[in-house]
Design a binder for this molecule. Structure first.
Ligand SMILES: [Zn+2]
Ligand SMILES: [Zn+2]
Length: 164
């Protein structure tokens, strides 16, 4: 097992904090609010079918990112989440890490989410997950807008971290 100490915030260069959720672990930075999550966790949390197109998009390669991977420190790839959604994440192809800057999570999630209680947020996130899976059942996966997938991911990541 790799120790948590080895996960470093690519922006602040300080150790990342481990966050447990039902589906697995992700890492967050207490300073800048960025989060590192593995592609495997995203696949477990959602469905492999919903994440694979995004991952393929990532491994096709876009611009090189300005930051290094939290684990292997190699330069990551910058990937646009969706056409027209002016948001990029950084991806390490070797470690399968996806790095979200805090503003990237924020820009994806509904603003109102910060003003409601944690219970209410959990309820809304559960509902959103349910709708998300219904949507996948109903449509061909390639028709599911990437922005909808990422906005659900952002909700789940926000839910499990306290902001300060
Ligand atoms: Zn940081
Ligand atoms: Zn890496």
């Amino acid at each position: 097992m790799i120790s948590t100490e080895q996960y470093i915030c690519p922006r602040c260069l300080i150790p990342l904090k481990e966050n447990k959720m039902a589906q697995g672990i992700f890492w967050s930075c207490g300073n800048c609010g960025g989060r590192a999550v593995t592609v495997e966790l995203l696949r477990r949390t959602f469905t492999p079918e919903s994440i694979n197109p995004l991952w393929l998009h990532a491994i096709r390669g876009e611009g090189l990112s300005s930051v290094g991977c939290p684990l292997c420190r190699r330069q990551m790839l910058q990937v646009a989440l969706a056409d027209g959604a002016n948001v990029n994440v950084d991806v390490c192809r070797s470690c399968h890490f996806v790095w979200f800057d805090a503003h990237e999570v924020e820009s994806l999630a509904p603003k109102s989410a910060t003003e409601i209680s944690r219970d209410e947020r959990e309820r809304l996130a559960a509902e959103k997950m349910k709708r998300f899976h219904e949507q996948i059942d109903r449509y061909q996966i390639n028709d599911t807008p990437a922005a909808a997938v990422w906005s659900t991911i952002a909700d789940i990541l926000r839910l499990h971290v306290w902001w300060w």
